[in-house]
Design a protein around this ligand. Structure first.
Ligand SMILES: [Zn+2]
Ligand SMILES: [Zn+2]
Length: 261
């Protein structure tokens, strides 16, 4: 299964306008489940481009592999552009031809990140996410095991370049989401005077704001000296309650004293 929330942006062969692969070699299946995934880079100069130019570039790689190298198809299993899209090369079932030898090709999938050895050499955040999506996809659907590495593992090449290789050796982590901006202490600091003002407001709301009619048998405990007995607040209710409890305590004590005598 793909990670919860991951959205593999797969571009199928028909979507990027792939040429048909040559048979029978281009149709050779893997002989066993894959150990894992090997990453690659372009190894040439590369400059970033608008996404609508990415499929042109993938077709160019395919043409170079088929017409230049004489291969049956694009060599890679998948190709990841700087915008995080994953182009289907030989895909999950057909053996790639990018890892250096038939044995190495049969052992691991081959995933290319479209970054260069000069120009754009550092993968974008979207691209690392896309590469991670491709690895997860190979594991979930390949099947591929948990091994990950670079073209240079077991083959003499600089590929996939030091930046991609460091990332893959760290376990190909998904780039961290940008943390939300947190307030600095200066922005949240409240002075003592402000705290006092806030506390007074709280007391006012709790004890003085609600006003309601006083019971007719109550003593005059109004908070409003100009309008005695007309209404109560929380403060006057509390005062009345204390007076009544004291009166009851006194009455009980008198009753107890009478009983003893
Ligand atoms: Zn490579
Ligand atoms: Zn793109």
């Amino acid at each position: 299964m793909l990670r919860e929330g991951a959205a593999l942006k797969l571009v199928t062969r028909s979507q990027w306008g792939a040429r048909a692969y040559r048979t029978p070699n281009g149709a050779t299946p893997y002989s066993r489940p894959r150990r894992g995934v090997k990453l690659h880079y372009l190894g040439t100069a590369y400059s970033d481009r608008a996404h609508d130019k990415c499929d042109d570039y993938v077709r160019q790689i395919q043409a170079q592999h088929m017409d230049g190298n004489g291969w049956s198809d694009i060599g890679y299993s998948f190709v990841v552009c700087t915008h995080g899209y994953v182009y289907e090369g030989r895909g999950l079932k057909r053996r790639n031809s990018a890892n250096g030898s038939t044995t190495l090709n049969d052992q691991d999938y081959a995933v290319l990140l479209m970054v260069g050895s000069s120009g754009l050499t550092k993968p974008t955040t979207a691209q690392l996410d896309g590469a991670r999506d491709a690895i997860d996809y190979c594991r979930a659907e390949g099947p591929a095991g948990a091994w990950i590495g670079g073209h240079r593992d077991g083959y003499p090449t600089a590929c996939p370049g030091d930046v991609v290789y460091a990332w893959v050796k760290a376990g190909a982590p998904r780039p961290a989401a940008t943390p939300p901006k947190t307030a600095t202490p200066q922005e949240t600091a409240v002075t003592e005077a402000e705290m006092d003002r806030i506390a007074d407001k709280v007391v006012d709301r709790l004890l003085a704001a609600d006003k309601f009619n006083a019971p007719t048998d109550a003593a005059d405990y109004s908070d409003d000296p100009k309008n005695p007995g007309h209404y109560w607040s929380g403060r006057t209710v509390f005062r009345d309650l204390v007076t009544r409890v004291r009166r009851i305590d006194k009455a009980v004590a008198e009753l107890a004293a009478k009983k003893e005598s």
